[in-house]
Every structure is written in structure tokens, then in C-alpha cells.
Design a protein around this ligand. Sequence first.
Ligand SMILES: Nc1ncnc2c1ncn2[C@@H]1O[C@H](COP(=O)(O)OP(=O)(O)OP(=O)(O)O)[C@@H](O)[C@H]1O
Length: 327
Amino acid sequence: MEPIIKIQNLKKSYKKRKAKEVIQAVKGISFSVNRGEILGLLGPNGAGKSTTIKMICGLVKPDAGTILIDGINNQDKRLKALNHISAVLEGNRNIYWRLTVRENLEYFAGNRGASRKEVAEEVASLLEKFRLKEKENELVNRLSRGMQQKLAIAVAMLANTDVILLDEPTLGLDVETSYEVRELLRSVASEYNRTIIISSHDMDVIQDICERTVIINNGQVVTDDKVENLLRLFEVRAYKIALGGLLTERQLLLLEQKFPHYTYIPDTFQSSLEVDLEKSEEIYDLFDILKLESTVVESIDRKSINFEQIFIKIVKGEAEHEMAQSS
Ligand SMILES: Nc1ncnc2c1ncn2[C@@H]1O[C@H](COP(=O)(O)OP(=O)(O)OP(=O)(O)O)[C@@H](O)[C@H]1O
């Protein structure tokens, strides 16, 4: 099936107002988004995520490259392409702060030209699904951040677009509401077959609900893979070893040469050593180094790695070997 969004070689530079300096925010980004998929768009601060999202929504004009939305070029046929997208960006500007929850839902449902009966049914179902019923007559500006966020997502759903773009959907939410929003997003994608693109710094949320992630760094895509694959790829050869004493200078030097990204926490009674192996066989090299000074190995465990740690490795460029071996 054709992807719902296809981005090819997208570029965008900004000119700084006073200085003559040009900032290349996006330097040739390409990726696709499949229908019904929840995709995480990640990257450190300033990587180019917001610029990319704004170009997809037609808020910023690219210098080069194409964005096809359901096969329609969003430069040539802007309105037709944008009919497929709704966005909940920073500050939830897609809802009216001086209207109540119910008024917002009725307004946006009515906007689509639905009949009174349809509007009433849809509003009732969304109030129920998003657990907003008890606050239906509350003004938006008096709601908690979590309630506002749920309403903003409900309103984005009302537009009936194929794609919903969300910028930091769980930012500032308490744990319980964050889980509720995650659950809602999962069901929006599966029950209503919507495609969701999430930009977030919360790796827990990404690991929890995204099937695939596109990681951007310095204006370029550095990883485009399923979350599951990345977790498997990185988990498999990370070891945590408890040692019955300290390592010597000589051992540390050899470790540095063989496993440049090792972590060593010295302790006279029980030191800890964490090593990422490129190949499983390298465990023997590690044992050779330990054997040199007859270091006692008290335990050896597979280190569990979460998505946040993987993200940091990828962004710091420490992941080249893992990525190269998987491709
Ligand atoms: N309107 C603008 N004028 C000038 N420079 C800009 C503008 N918008 C973004 N930039 C610059 O472009 C680069 C990419 O910014 P962008 O906001 O796309 O990154 P981001 O990945 O969304 O970052 P964050 O996670 O901090 O929101 C940054 O260096 C930023 O300072």
C-alpha cells in the first residue's frame, strides 16, 4: 500500500534576522509514514523536528524537496493535501479557550457540515471515550492540562483526517493522565485507522506507543526503524558484570582499546563493569582482559536497555557499529 505521507529530500534554511548567518535546520530529510501507523519523530533540541512538522502541515515552505500526502503534493495542491491532516501543536491552539468542552466539540463537529443528530451522537461518544463528560460545561481555560490535551486530541479527531500530528502530547501531564492519553492514541490509531505522528522528548511514551521511529539529528535522518528492532538490536550484546574487586590500570587501558564505550564503577569490594559488545564472541576478549589479573567475576547479566538510552547512543553517534551490522 502507498504510504499516506512520503517526504523526499526536504530542505529548509532560516536566515538570522540581524546576522548574515544562515541556519540549515533541515538538510535533506526523506521518510515515509504508513497508513494506520503511529510514528515517533525524535531528535535532540534544535534537530529540525518542528521545522519538519511545520512543513508537513504547510505552515513553513520548504526550500527544496517534496511532501506527498495521500499522493498529493502539498506545495502544488496545498488545501487538498492539507485536508488529510490535523495537528495538535504546542499550546493546543486547535481548541477555543473561551468556550466550554462541549461547545468546542459541537463547533468542530458542526464545522464539517454534519447534521444535528450526527453532531449530537459524535459529541456524546467523544465525551464518553475521552472521559470528558463530567467537565463538559467547563471553560477550557479552567481545565487541567491533561483535560485540555484530551480535548485537543478529541477535536483533532473530529476533523476526520487520515493523519494526526501531535507535538509533545504528554508534556506536563501526571503519570496517570499520560497513560490515559497513550491509551487513547493507541485506540485512535487502531479503531479509527488514523495515522499518528508524534514528536516528543519523552522516550517512555515513544517506546510505549510508537511502532516505528524516525530519529533526526542535525537536520538529517539518522535512524528509521521499528522500536522493537532497535530494542532487540541494542539489548542483545549489552552486559553488566560484577567484579570481586578493582581493575588495574593495565586492564583499563586494554578495555579502552577494545570497548571504547565501557562504563566502570570501581569499588574495593564489588566493582561494576558495563560493556557493549559488537559481536557475541567478543565476550572471550573481555574474559581474557579480566583473566590477566585473575579478576573474580561474581555475576554476569544481560543489561536491559531502554529506548531513552538507545536514543542517546544514536544521537551521540555511538551506535554506528550496531546499525551497520543490522543493515
Ligand atoms: N523561525 C526561525 N528562524 C530562525 N531559526 C529557526 C527558526 N525556527 C527554527 N530555527 C532554528 O532551526 C533549527 C531547528 O529548529 P527546530 O525548531 O526545527 O528543531 P526541533 O528539533 O523542533 O527542536 P526542539 O526540540 O528544541 O523544539 C534550530 O537551530 C533553530 O534555532
